[in-house]
Design a protein around this ligand. Structure first.
Ligand code: B1N
Length: 795
């Protein structure tokens, strides 16, 4: 009887809902107006672009929610193994265009808006970026979510809902300044706040031993509780109804605990102190690859891990009465070591709360967890001071020590008493300060460890995790990174996509990128070349407009657009690019006027953020501006060479710049870029690469061939020997000359740039700029030649 009652009710509700929302322009228009009036609360007769953007977003969100519900119901019934992706960073960028494209309703939205007097493209610009991450690692997480949804995986992403994402970069007089990213100030229509999905997260306190059923048990008596509230961000797949969830946690004061107070002052202080809980999710750490043992960062890590694990456990125990099936139903993938406390948290819950015997709990944990490493050097590995961990999470430290004890015992049996090796592999680093090595912890506890490109895995085997690879060769593998063509082509370069679909005669490549190989047979077709060049030209015009708007510099679309956009790092060698530009400038200045006609005109575009405390990176940004100032105002140079720095580089800037690029630069010293994903986004947009043989580029070269890329510089295997010999090697004259120009104050700020120049001279030059310089110039010359040939129709 209850069943038919439910079915009857469901039917009635479905009737009331009038079925699913419809996607024709008229229905969309009606829904937009509805949201203008009732959600944004503006009159439907008078609303601006931003309000229209909000209303359209809500209309699209409604459609996402329908699919999301269906996805949940479907998977709840099927109960498949679920994939949980834990990451402290997600660089989602904008959602409007991406959602409309993946739902397949972009054209309908456009039509609907046109009739209301709005432009889809213009509304898209109203949205700010969700920048809850630093760079490649965080954008990879975002691309992965899109792929998981598209490939119909029952996947969940878990992360932290920072109040302030990555800082906004403002350039004043050529210097970088950081400003807070107030991304939530105007509301966020893409998230769904779930007040009722919240968990208590505990910190501090002490561990006590109690007698439970005649057995001695450890109990953690925490000292502080913070509430984690879920914010859900639906992620639609393309060409499927599958819509997965990115669940981000925000910290709120807990309602728990005693708050008795004896006077107004006590009461006010108590409330204000509680409010401080919110700082946990307030701000993203802006450094990638440099680890500082800061309490707040550790709190962030445990906060999001604890909430996520509680949520995952709740979902599991909803339909299972014991933990026998746990590792068959739950896969936990850790994005680097940042969420690795999840391992210990699951162990703690199984042993302390579920009273599962240690060895059984251990095997459940090992079977469930795997981990991706993005690191290339031991210096980049996270180490947490044991004292800090012990004070914040006393029981977790005990569990780590126990795991390490058992691991060391096992190792001794295998290796004998080889103390140097034992101490290197230990999870606990002994020394003046005791540290917990999060990578060692993750390797010991996970059944799989993956690198992000083939050469990255080789480096892990040879250097970073050498001993572990010998011990457990079967654990180590690699999965070369990728990038989603939905965002990096369909959203950002629709004209190129139409062209490709037309020539291929299918849109199937949008779900299966390998099918793009079919274009090969048209490569020398002049019609196709012509169409392709027209698309590129329009994209370049759009980019040129943007450049003029932000910098006032007018650039010619006939010039080669040469781009390097990524975080500023010494190993990524933006400085090599700048030295190359100075060299080019110097050549133009010194050549006969008549020879200048032969110079291939270039617009050099650089963009990227420097971590706030990274002084050398900040000097590189200043040098770029100083060089630009000189070159762009030199009448001898004119359109032959321009240099522009694009401020506040982020996902949506990349979406604009990449489709309009002719050449893109990936200059990391070989062996330093674990993978690199920018190169892939340029390639799919028909932009050639000038790159070192490093990270994923090595595999790209194998795929497209050496003659389709401008490869230069020392190889991964040559770098160590070159470093040894460095002090005896002399940098080429051309290199010494450009460095001298900077040292002599040709671009001003002589004293300020001195330390920057010192990093590449006098036996310094750790990143081998001097060594690679001539080969870099040759690659650049080859790029010039190809550009001219293409213009002449010989491409
Ligand atoms: O991860 C990307 C790779 O393509 C890049 O080569 C790699 O440099 C990047 C600590 C990191 N490695 N490590 C980080 C980020 C934030 C942080 O707090 C480290 N990012 C990378 C994707 O695999």
């Amino acid at each position: 009887a209850r069943r038919s009652g439910f079915a009857g009710r469901a039917e009635r509700m479905f009737g009331l809902m009038d079925g699913f929302l419809k996607n024709d322009p008229w229905s969309l228009q009606k829904d937009v107006l509805h949201h203008v009036e009732y959600t944004v609360a503006r009159s439907r007769f008078s609303f601006d672009d931003f309000e229209a953007y909000l209303a359209l977003s809500y209309a699209i969100r409604d459609r996402l929610i329908e699919r999301w519900h269906d996805t949940q119901v479907y998977f709840k019934r099927k109960d498949p193994k679920r994939l949980y992706f834990l990451s402290l960073e997600f660089l989602m960028g904008r959602s409007l265009s991406n959602s409309a494209v993946n739902l397949g309703i972009k054209d309908q939205c456009s039509d609907a808006l046109n009739q209301l007097g709005f432009e889809f493209e213009q509304l898209v610009e109203q949205e700010g970026d969700a920048a809850l991450g630093n760079g490649g690692l965080a954008r990879l997480s975002a691309c992965q979510m899109d792929s998981l949804a598209t490939l119909d995986f029952p996947a969940w992403g878990y992360g932290l809902r920072y109040q302030f994402g990555l800082f906004r970069q403002v350039i004043l007089d050529g210097f970088q300044h950081e400003q807070p990213d107030y991304w939530l100030n105007f509301g966020n229509p893409w998230e769904i706040e779930r007040i009722h999905v919240s968990y208590a997260v505990k910190f501090y306190g002490a561990v006590e031993e109690v007698l439970l059923n005649g057995v001695n048990c450890k109990v953690w008596i925490p000292g502080e509780t913070v509430e984690a509230v879920a914010y859900d961000n639906p992620i639609p797949g393309y060409g499927t109804k599958n819509t997965i969830n990115l669940r981000l946690w925000a910290a709120k004061p807990s309602g728990e605990g005693d708050m008795e107070s004896y006077n107004t002052g006590d009461y006010i202080n108590a409330v204000v102190n509680r409010q401080r809980a919110e700082t946990i999710s307030s701000v993203l750490y802006p450094d990638d690859r440099s680890y500082q043992g800061k309490e707040l960062r550790l709190k962030q890590q445990y906060f999001f891990v604890s909430a996520s694990v509680q949520d995952i456990m709740r979902r599991y125990t909803d339909s299972h009465s014991n933990f026998d099936e746990f590792s068959n139903k739950v896969a936990l993938q850790l994005n680097d070591t940042h969420p690795s406390l999840a391992i210990i948290e699951v162990m703690r819950i199984l042993v302390d709360e579920e009273n599962i015997e240690w060895n059984r709990a251990w095997s459940i944990v090992c079977d469930s967890f795997s981990f991706t490493t993005h690191t290339v050097s031991s210096e980049g590995l996270e180490k947490i001071p044991a004292d800090l961990l012990g004070s914040l999470l006393p029981r977790h430290l005990e569990i780590i020590n126990e795991i390490n004890f058992l691991f060391m015992e096992e190792l001794k049996k295998k290796l004998g008493l080889n103390y140097s090796q034992l101490s290197q592999m230990s999870i606990v680093e002994e020394g003046a300060v005791k540290n917990i090595r999060m990578a060692n912890l993750s390797i010991v506890c996970c059944h799989a460890v993956n690198g992000v490109s083939r050469v990255h895995l080789e480096l892990l085997k040879k250097r970073v995790f050498k001993d572990f690879c010998k011990l457990w060769p079967q654990k180590f593998q690699y999965k070369t990174n990728g990038a989603t063509q939905r965002r990096w082509m369909l959203v950002s370069n629709p004209n190129l996509c139409s062209l490709i679909s037309e020539w291929l005669g299918t849109k199937a490549w949008i779900r299966d990128v390998d099918l793009m190989i079919g274009l090969k047979e048209f490569a020398s077709n002049t019609d196709m070349q012509h169409e392709w060049r027209m698309v590129k030209r329009v994209n370049k015009m759009r980019l040129a407009e943007y450049i003029e708007a932000i910098s006032g510099v007018k650039v010619s679309v006939d010039a080669m657009f040469d781009v390097q956009i990524k975080r500023i790092h010494e190993y990524k060698r933006q400085l090599l690019n700048l030295f190359g530009i100075i060299h080019r400038y110097d050549c133009i200045k010194n050549m006969e006027k008549s020879d200048r006609m032969k110079v291939v005109p270039r617009v050099c575009i650089v963009g990227g953020k420097a971590a706030p405390g990274y002084e050398i990176a900040k000097k590189i940004i200043k040098l770029c501006h100083a060089v630009a100032e000189t070159i762009n105002n030199d009448p001898d140079v004119g359109d032959l060479l321009k240099l522009v720095f694009i401020p506040d580089y982020n996902v949506s800037v990349a979406e604009l710049v990449i489709p309009g690029s002719d050449l893109s630069q990936h200059l990391s010293t070989a062996g330093h870029e674990a993978s690199g994903t920018g190169s892939m986004k340029f390639l799919m947009n028909g932009c050639l690469l000038l790159a070192t043989s490093d990270g994923s580029t090595i595999e790209i070269i194998e795929e497209i061939g050496n003659d389709n890329m401008f490869v230069f510089g020392a190889k991964v295997d040559e770098v160590p020997a070159l470093r040894e010999m460095k002090s005896s090697l002399k940098a080429p004259l051309q290199f010494a000359r450009v460095v001298r120009m900077v040292r002599d104050g040709y671009f001003g700020h002589k004293d300020y740039f001195e330390s920057l120049c010192n990093t590449v001279e006098n036996g310094g030059d750790f990143y081998l700029l001097g060594n690679d310089f001539m080969s870099y110039l040759e690659a650049q010359a080859a790029a010039d030649k190809t550009f001219v040939d293409q213009e002449n129709g010989h491409a």
